[in-house]
Design a protein around this ligand. Sequence first.
Ligand SMILES: Cc1cc2nc3c(=O)[nH]c(=O)nc-3n(C[C@H](O)[C@H](O)[C@H](O)COP(=O)(O)OP(=O)(O)OC[C@H]3O[C@@H](n4cnc5c(N)ncnc54)[C@H](O)[C@@H]3O)c2cc1C
Length: 294
Amino acid sequence: MFPAAFDYIPARSTDEALSVLAQYGGDARVLAGGQSLIPAMRFRLAKPAVLVDINRIAELATIGEHNGELRLGAGARDQGLELSGQILSGRYPLLADVCAVVADPVVRQMGTVVGSLCHNDPAGDWPVAALAGNASIVVRGKGGERVVPIDEFIVDSYTTAVGDGEMAIEVRFPTPDARTAGAYFKIERKVGDFATAAAAARVTLAQDGTVAKAAIALGAAGPCGFRVAEAERALVGAKPSAAAIAAAADAARKAADPVSDTRGTVAYKKEMAGVLVERALRKAFARLGVEDIR
Ligand SMILES: Cc1cc2nc3c(=O)[nH]c(=O)nc-3n(C[C@H](O)[C@H](O)[C@H](O)COP(=O)(O)OP(=O)(O)OC[C@H]3O[C@@H](n4cnc5c(N)ncnc54)[C@H](O)[C@@H]3O)c2cc1C
């Protein structure tokens, strides 16, 4: 199907994009990689009167480290991140895991990380990684700029803290220190599919080898990605052990509230949430040199 009629405005600068968004408010939508928005328009699920294309704005296409954070501009594509020095260096293993499994290589050539966060699909990969990775998003409007922690940015399915007349400018992931690592696992029916179940884990070890901090997030397990506080509590203060990991996995199984669909039943998806949390934790610990966990 063809999209409903719309006006197309190729913005040349962030200021120009924000002026158009301020002018048209809720009638305008940002066009980033278009990998979710264009299909939604073709199905007439979205009918924006105005598309503000941000693809020509060089200042948004940035990937770089600053002030202890990896910062991805709103134009930074999945593939650009996947092939960046930061990912190839191995210093962001959680993000590297995600880069390899978002959609397929063709979609990753156009799709953006910030666009995925703004789209906020319940089965999207980046919201889960951003939750576990303690990310924050810079949201800007004509009235000013705010830095929004990811757990406030994610509001509901396909809904974020970006208001009418605003846009997300960049996402910031804290750079892991030497005692911190993460991992992401997803089950998909075939390459290029959205997750049947997904889990991300990030852990920080104290000097004595116990878990000082833990972040566990699930995807495709509710209306949107979310952190599982009970799973995190099962880990903090404990030595990495099979019992602690099993307790975290059980908490994830209980917290998962998926829907039954062509990808799987509720029971299967809940079970997989636990399995993937265990896999993600074991991989994260292994990345910190803790491999033989009993
Ligand atoms: C075949 C296929 C398979 C896919 N598989 C997966 C998958 O396995 N996992 C997965 O996570 N995703 C998957 N996707 C989605 C893909 O990753 C999208 O690229 C992503 O969800 C949206 O990024 P985008 O840059 O294309 O955003 P767009 O499609 O351009 O925009 C998506 C939405 O976000 C808004 N938006 C975008 N950028 C901004 C901004 N800076 N500020 C405010 N609002 C903004 C848009 O207005 C729109 O509402 C798949 C897509 C396709 C076509």
